[in-house]
Write a protein that binds this ligand. Structure first.
Ligand code: SAM
Length: 199
């Protein structure tokens, strides 16, 4: 289902987000490993997801290189690591569906080293009338979309957790879609790509 949007926009965004990433990295909600091909070979990566049925696909995308990748079953709200362990934490299309995003951000902050970075690619709450539309469709969308919230104010939540948002770009990954599809998917925009630094 995601293939057209990956092709139109997200694959390039993932590549840009993860360019030059090095060090010890935790990815939360790694899913089927859509980001795995974009990590540099110098990365020591832990990918977590609460759904272990994702791991075989993830390993496939990691091109069999499981010496640098390790996998663990955990939610972002309860990360089983000591404090100050990671240089970077990565989240793509995850914070919309975690049950407690405030708790997840607190955990991300806890496991990052001081000055560590949080890289994110998420769809977020819009402004004005579109935000109202997102509030209206949210209960049904969450029901059919595995708990996804189109109206989550993720960038504010990142700031509320004490991060300094150093880079932020809002975009519409559906902008090249034909009219009717673009119109129907507007409630899932904007997307936000950014880098936030743990103070
Ligand atoms: C839309 S998928 C995104 C997968 C991948 N990150 C990507 O960019 O394609 C959302 C992922 O978040 C995971 N997830 C759901 N609840 C979570 C939670 N509380 N903590 C961490 N991950 C969660 C799901 O299992 C799923 O793999």
């Amino acid at each position: 289902m995601m293939a057209p949007v990956e092709e139109a926009s997200l694959a390039a965004r993932r590549c840009q987000l993860l360019e030059g990433v090095k060090g010890r990295v935790l990815e939360i909600g790694g899913g089927t490993g859509a980001n795995a091909p974009y990590y540099d070979h110098g990365t020591r990566l832990v990918v977590s997801d609460p759904d272990p049925s994702m791991y075989p696909l993830l390993l496939e995308k990691a091109r069999g290189d499981n010496s640098r990748f390790s996998f663990l079953s955990s939610t972002a709200e309860s990360i089983p690591f000591e404090a100050d362990q990671f240089d970077l934490v990565v989240s793509t299309l995850v914070l919309c569906s975690v049950i407690n995003p405030g708790r997840a951000m607190a955990e991300i902050s806890r496991v990052l080293k001081p000055g560590g970075k949080f890289l994110f690619l998420e769809h977020i709450r819009a402004t004005g009338k579109k935000a109202y539309l997102q509030d209206v469709v949210q209960p049904l969308w969450s029901l059919v979309g595995s708990g996804c919230h189109p109206n989550r104010p993720t960038v504010s939540l990142i700031r509320d957790a004490g991060f300094d948002v150093e880079k932020l770009e809002l975009f519409d990954p559906f902008s090249s879609f034909p009219g009717i599809a673009r119109f129907a998917l507007q409630f899932l925009t904007p997307f936000a790509q950014g880098v936030a630094r743990k103070e």
